[in-house]
Ligand binder design. Structure first.
Ligand code: NCD
Length: 337
């Protein structure tokens, strides 16, 4: 695809070569993500960050990624602080805000809302999550993490074996990740969820049509026994009609160190898009996994910076200028990486 000036709304926009291009640009962002160097390549550019649903890492990492490329961030969070609360349409908001920004990252609770906004925007829009539909930048950072975790043992995304666990019906990260896996070959996917929270059938069908093997299960222990990656997810309680209904499924699949030791192959990588729900009645990933070296959740969040920097550099067409506008950093950066 042509990245310059494009919206990023769905992973279905990407061919395999596009995913590989994003990953190779993300690799080049490493010295900046690790604060060894800073670049001013986007000096003067403005990111409009509009998050109408709760967000910590997606919002802050989009902002930090833009800052690390030398740009500035203007943001609005929550409907209550926005003119949408006064009845303004997405069309009008998009026309206005795209006059103030060079690129926009947006999250919204309604499926399709970011597409509607993008259709009216005068600048590229990145979907930071539209309801239970898609979360393309998360899927890219997840797959980038899978690629780097597997590279350590000489494996690649082709022939990957992955178990996705939890609320697969409402989880937009797993929807986008499955669709992104359709760019690769010979993948085995085990989908572990309660019957009522299964992966949407059209996504399962896309995986099968690609030639991937898909198994659906309600039993965690046997499903995580022969996989490279266990990708756990949070119950998306905000998508249920009531908390009582969400409670029916809460805490159903919990991974802790003891289950991991007894059922997983050595070095199975544990992932989660975060936030994990650490309340006692949930705990889909127990805190006792925190010292497990295969817990990759914070490597995922670090990688999110690199992948989002890569998206901005590609969309604003500055990939080859990043290093020309760079210098070494001169402040303390120790200990983090
Ligand atoms: C996810 C999301 O918002 O879809 N979080 C994220 O962006 N990393 C997952 C979740 O909220 O459970």
């Amino acid at each position: 695809m042509q990245f310059a000036g494009s919206h990023i709304l769905s992973v279905s926009q990407f061919e395999r070569e596009d995913v590989e291009r994003i990953f190779s640009v993300a690799d080049r962002m490493m010295p900046y993500g690790q604060r060894k160097r800073v670049t001013e390549v986007l000096n003067g550019a403005i990111l409009g960050a509009m998050f109408f649903e709760p967000s910590t890492r997606t919002r802050v990492s989009f902002g930090s990624a833009f800052n690390l490329l030398g740009g500035e961030v203007r943001e609005t969070t929550g409907f209550e602080n926005s003119a949408i609360a006064k009845g303004e349409s997405l069309y009008d908001t998009a026309r206005v805000l795209s006059g103030y920004s060079d690129v926009i990252a947006m999250r919204h609770p309604e499926v399709g809302s970011v597409n509607e906004f993008a259709a009216a925007s005068r600048v590229p829009v990145i979907n930071g999550g539209d309801g239970s539909n898609e979360h393309p930048s998360q899927a890219l950072l997840d797959l980038y993490t899978i690629r780097s975790e597997l590279a350590a043992s000489g494996r690649s995304i082709d022939q990957l074996r992955i178990a996705m666990v939890g609320d697969l019906r409402h989880g937009r990260t797993v929807h986008s990740l499955c669709m992104l896996l359709c760019c690769f070959k010979g993948v085995q996917v085990v989908l572990v969820s309660p019957e009522a929270l299964r992966m949407p059938p059209e996504i399962v069908e896309s995986l099968r049509n690609t030639g991937h093997k898909v198994v659906e299960s309600e039993i965690l222990e046997e499903s995580i026994a022969h996989v490279d990656i266990v990708y756990s997810t949070r119950l998306q309680e905000e998508r249920f009609s009531s908390l009582e209904e969400a409670d029916l499924y809460r805490g159903r699949f919990r991974l802790n160190q003891s289950i991991y030791t007894h059922h997983c192959e050595p070095n199975t990588v544990i992932m989660h898009p975060l936030p994990r729900d650490s309340r006692a009645h949930a705990r889909e990933l127990d805190d006792d996994l925190n010292d497990n070296p295969n817990l990759a959740i914070f490597r995922q969040t670090d990688n999110g910076l690199l992948v989002r920097m890569a998206l901005f550099a590609l969309i604003l067409d500055v990939v080859d200028q990043v290093d020309k506008h760079a210098r070494d950093v001169n402040w303390y950066t120790g200990g983090r990486f």
